[in-house]
Design a protein around this ligand. Structure first.
Ligand code: ADP
Length: 443
């Protein structure tokens, strides 16, 4: 609307200036023509020509005034429609040459008589004038036409933009309402879905997705906190029990030392548990510091296999390692070793005597796939999805040592390396844990 007003004003100013220039030109032409007539025909010839013209009304009317030296009126012709003009100012020297244009206001001030003048060869002053009436009327008509068209357009524009504004802000309003509702405690509130596939709808969907993710993180944290609280209680109670027993009885220094050693062991377990929990949280949130470098997978498998060989042999379990020598990944060597060690530790733990553990690594479509297979106790199908949860331990493994954090750490570290983990298992026949990591050349 501001643009339209500016455009209209500019048009008005240009139009008015151009009409004024045209009037001025026609005045000057008429002056030149009448002066020439006077010079050739004399005053009487000029008067005759003017009266013929007035009768025939061939051209637009002009005001004509001729004054002898001293500005004494000799002849005057003024069209009837301009008769209300008070012409006395024309008797002033201010209206005679060299003044280029003299303006005379009508009594009501609505219009002006514009007068140009020239001095003829005999000293006579010839004044020719024209009213601005036509010009003013034309400009007034122009203003009326533009205003007549602009007013409905302006109303339509205002109503239309208010309507569109309200419509397009509706999703923002529902977003604001959702945020307010969440702020006042209604955590399950979501932004209502709309059909439109525009950016605001995308924003609402992303916002809902973000809320879902936050809700699941909060739920996960709450569960983890419950589990931690629960799992801390047992070792702390044990420490307390051992210490109380040592204090209450009249125990010998040796028995007290044993109690202290027990306490130390429990404390060490607690510390390990808290460290592992911290590592898992950091790996999951992406804040775990990874010292990346190229890591030869067969080296890791061989050294870790060797590390567990003794523990396996004690249970008459065999470990076999088969890995291509050229398998290289871009990873944190210590963390990957920890991952393989956790899998191998579980395999040895959950495989009864006389079993077999097979560690393999191969390359598949730009990825290195490492698998640890055992023929141990296996995992129940309903427990399988939960083994990756923090502090989860299947019922049948309660008899074994463990914190229920090994696989959570495996998953978090592998995913921090942009890899994935998988487990397949059949109760009684064994399990296979597979980790897939990007190969160094494609990582
Ligand atoms: P834990 O300290 O109990 O071994 P993990 O997180 O390493 O904790 O494993 C979680 C659970 O997954 C274990 O308690 C066990 O029930 C099951 N599990 C893991 N590895 C094996 C396996 N190789 N064979 C059978 N069960 C397994």
């Amino acid at each position: 609307m501001i643009g339209a007003v500016l455009l209209f004003t500019l048009t008005y100013v240009l139009l008015s200036a151009s009409l004024e220039r045209r009037d001025r030109e026609s005045l000057e032409q008429r002056l030149v023509q009448l002066a020439a007539n006077y010079e050739t025909l004399g005053l009487s010839g000029l008067k005759k020509a003017l009266s013929v013209e007035t009768r025939l009304r061939r051209s637009s009317p002009f005001f004509v005034r001729i004054a002898a030296s001293g500005n004494l009126l000799v002849f005057r012709e003024i069209p009837d429609q301009w008769s209300e003009f008070d012409l006395t100012p024309l008797e002033q020297p201010a209206s005679t040459p060299p003044v280029p244009l003299f303006r005379l206001a009508s009594p009501d001030g609505d219009q002006h008589l514009e007068v140009v003048a020239t001095r003829l060869s005999d000293g006579t002053v010839l004044q020719v004038g024209k009213s601005t009436e036509d010009r003013d009327e034309f400009l007034a008509l122009f203003v009326r036409a533009v205003a007549g068209a602009a007013l409905p357009l302006a109303i339509l524009g205002l109503v239309g933009s208010a309507f569109l504004g309200m419509r397009s802000l509706r999703p923002i309003r529902s977003l604001v309402e959702t945020v307010r509702a969440i702020d006042s405690g209604a955590m399950a509130t979501r932004v209502p879905a709309r059909e439109a596939g525009d950016e605001l709808n995308e924003l609402a969907l992303s916002f809902n997705r973000m809320l879902d993710r936050i809700a699941s993180l909060i739920k996960g944290m709450r569960e983890a906190l419950d589990n931690v609280a629960h799992d801390l209680r047992t070792p702390i109670s044990r420490i307390k029990g051992v210490a109380e027993l040592a204090l209450a009885s009249n125990a010998s220094p040796a028995a007290c030392r044993d109690a202290l050693a027990d306490c130390l062991e429990e404390t060490e377990q607690l510390r390990r548990m808290l460290d592992t929990l911290m590592d898992i949280s950091e790996a999951e949130t992406g804040t775990l510091k990874l010292h990346l470098g190229s890591v030869n997978v067969s080296d890791i498998l061989a050294t870790t296999g060797e590390l567990y060989r003794y523990a396996a042999e004690e249970k008459a379990t065999e470990i076999s390692v088969a890995a291509d020598d050229r398998l290289v990944i871009w990873a944190d060597r210590c963390r990957i070793r920890q991952v393989v060690a956790n899998l191998l530790d579980n395999a040895v733990k959950y495989t009864p005597g006389g079993g077999h553990i097979d560690i393999r690594a191969s390359r598949k479509d730009g990825f290195v796939v490492i698998s640890v297979t055992d023929n141990g106790v296996g995992i129940e199908p309903d427990e399988l999805p939960r083994i990756w949860d923090r502090l989860y331990r299947a019922d049948r493994s309660r008899s074994q040592r463990g914190l229920g954090l090994g696989l959570s750490l495996v998953k978090a570290v592998v995913e921090a390396h942009h890899g994935k983990v998988e487990a397949v298992s059949a109760p009684g026949s064994g399990s296979r844990f597979t980790i897939t990591l990007p190969a160094a050349d494609s990582a």
